[in-house]
Every structure is written in structure tokens, then in C-alpha cells.
Design a protein around this ligand. Structure first.
Ligand SMILES: C[S@@+](CC[C@H](N)C(=O)[O-])C[C@H]1O[C@@H](n2cnc3c(N)ncnc32)[C@H](O)[C@@H]1O
Length: 307
């Protein structure tokens, strides 16, 4: 199988960040949102609660940040069949769409939960990637392109003397619920998991490497746009110009105007609420979906045009 130049480049970078991370004594940081960085292995957002407050059954087409992939899996569980994703971190594609999606497809519920069992005895010590047999089984069952990629990664770091795991590339997330069964409906019980497995057979998912700043010009229109915990970091893409907050708000306005269908909704999630909507956005925010001291999620809904 021939790997594209881009894939080769991605592989080199993935090996590099793994080896650097290992030397530093940890594998990832979670606020480094760049082209090659650690990814979240599971969501740290209460996606179950967020999606239970918006109707997914009317959503024909959605756009989402890819991140851990769990936001997307949630939409699929809720019946959404066409989802475009983007992320500024290229590794999210290999992890969420290459590895995790395949894990859900080819493992049963108990095997999947074992693969993600990373806290033992609630002792806060992480034990990532200890279920190597299951991990290996998933890799062997992947689409050829991803399988080649992960096998080459594991082989290359082994050559350097490290017994790696895909999970070693993930960053630590302060999980609201450590076992994630409250955040992720599909992890809660076997029947939810099987529902997701069934629905995964019917979906179209795409990924594009892209910054949120390019969303208005890159993507078409959607019924649901999920912008996961990016706006808190608006300074990382607007720098210290005079009015980074205004620029950030204008970006949301542009996405609202150009990428949202009538009656569609944008979900903005913020972990620490550094981003504040201005009057213009406040008028459109139809509900703060969740609002507690650590987390808030806004729903911005576009009214149907009156005929
Ligand atoms: C803060 S993380 C949150 C992860 C998320 N809470 C979850 O549950 O999976 C946000 C995700 O957005 C991506 N991201 C951050 N800044 C971005 C930007 N400017 N454009 C596109 N994606 C970005 C990151 O790479 C990361 O995958």
C-alpha cells in the first residue's frame, strides 16, 4: 500500500512527539492546539447532557470539531447520518476515526470498556495502554491506510527501545466522570453501545485539517455545528492584537451567517468561560444548555425565515 506524502509527514511528526514526550517524562499536554499534538482519548465534556437538550432527530447534516471523537459518536447515536469534522490537530483523525471508531465497530462492549480502562482502583494513577492485545486486535482490523500508519508508528518507536501504545499519545483530561459513562451514553451500557455500532454502519463522516478561522470559507451549511471548547483559546489564533475578543465574536457571527441553516444550531462549549458572548451573540443565544462553575455550553439557534 502506498502512503501519501502527507501521511508520511504525519507519521514522522507523530513519532517525534512521542519520543519527545517520553523524554520529558509525560506524554501530552492538553492546551497545545497545533498541527501535531496529543489528543483527548475520551471526551471531558458532558456531551450526554448537552445533546439531551437539543433535538438530534431533525439534524440532516452536522459539522463538528473532531477532538476525542465522542461528540461525533454521540450525534451518530442520536441518528445523524452525515457529519463533516475538522480539527487543527491532524492526529485526531488517526485516533478518533482510524482507531476509536474501528474499536467500537469490532469490539464488544466489555472489550471496549477494558481497552479504555485506564484508572485502576480510583488511585488517579494512569495505566494507559495496558490492554495491548485488544489494541493490537483493533489495529489488525483497521482500514488498510490507518492500519499501515499505526503499525509503522508502533514499529518505529519499538526500534528506539520503547514499547508504545496509541494511548501514549493522548493527553490527560480532567474527566467529569472518570469512567466516562455519564459523559458518553454509548459507554453507559451494552444496549447503547450496540445502538451506536448499528448506526455507525449507516453514516458518512469526513475529516478536514482546518482551523476554526477557516470554517466560514471552507464548509457549506449545516443544521448543527458543534464547536467544542475552542473559543476559550481565542488568543491562540488571534494573538495579542488589539481586539482579539471582538475578532473571536465576529468569527462566530460569520459561522452563524454563512454555515448555519435556518432553524440550525451552533453549540459553543467552554470549559472555563474565558470567551464571553457580546450583545449580538447574546440575542441569538436561546439557551445556556449547561452552566456550572466549571463548564458552560451555549446553544445559538437560527430562526426559520418567515415566508
Ligand atoms: C480543548 S480540546 C477539547 C476536547 C474536547 N473537550 C473533547 O471532549 O474531546 C478542543 C479540540 O479542538 C481542537 N482545536 C483547538 N483549537 C482549534 C482551532 N483553532 N481550530 C481547529 N481546531 C482546534 C483541538 O485540537 C482539540 O482537538
Amino acid at each position: 500500500m502506498v502512503i501519501s506524502q502527507q501521511r508520511k509527514f504525519d507519521l514522522e511528526n507523530m513519532i517525534k512527539i512521542y519520543l519527545e514526550g517520553y523524554q520529558d517524562g509525560y506524554f501530552g499536554v492538553n492546551d497545545d492546539f497545533i498541527e501535531y499534538a496529543s489528543f483527548y482519548h475520551l471526551t471531558n465534556e458532558p456531551v450526554n447532557k448537552i445533546f439531551s437538550e437539543i433535538g438530534l432527530n431533525e439534524v440532516q447534516k452536522a459539522l463538528s470539531v473532531l477532538a476525542s471523537g465522542d461528540q461525533v459518536f454521540h450525534m451518530i447515536s442520536g441518528g445523524v447520518q452525515n457529519i463533516d469534522t475538522f480539527d487543527i490537530n491532524r492526529l485526531t483523525e488517526y485516533y478518533a476515526l482510524g482507531f476509536k471508531k474501528r474499536a467500537i465497530e469490532c469490539l464488544n462492549y466489555y472489550e471496549f470498556m477494558k481497552l479504555f480502562e485506564y484508572y485502576k482502583d480510583w488511585d488517579l494513577e494512569r495505566h494507559f495502554g495496558e490492554n495491548k492485545d485488544i489494541e493490537k486486535y483493533v489495529i489488525e482490523n483497521m482500514e488498510e491506510e490507518y492500519k499501515c500508519f499505526w503499525n509503522e508508528f508502533l514499529y518505529a518507536v519499538k526500534e528506539k527501545g520503547f514499547e508504545a501504545s496509541i494511548f501514549h499519545l493522548s493527553c490527560e483530561a480532567d474527566l467529569i466522570d472518570r469512567q466516562n459513562t455519564k459523559n458518553n451514553l454509548y459507554m453507559k451500557d451494552e444496549s447503547e453501545y450496540i445502538k451506536l455500532q448499528r448506526r455507525l454502519k449507516e453514516v458518512n463522516i469526513s475529516y478536514k485539517y482546518c482551523s476554526i478561522m477557516d470554517v466560514p470559507t471552507t464548509f457549506a451549511k449545516y443544521d448543527l455545528i458543534y464547536l467544542s471548547n475552542i473559543m476559550d483559546y481565542y488568543r491562540s489564533f488571534y494573538g495579542n492584537n488589539n481586539r482579539p475578543m471582538d475578532d473571536a465574536r465576529n468569527l462566530i457571527k460569520a459561522i452563524y451567517t454563512q454555515n448555519l441553516n435556518p432553524n440550525g444550531e451552533i453549540i459553543l462549549t467552554e470549559m472555563q468561560r474565558k470567551f464571553s458572548p457580546n450583545e449580538f451573540l447574546k440575542e441569538m443565544i436561546n439557551h445556556p444548555i449547561i452552566n456550572n462553575c466549571l463548564f458552560t455550553a451555549y446553544g445559538i439557534k437560527k430562526k426559520r425565515k418567515l415566508k
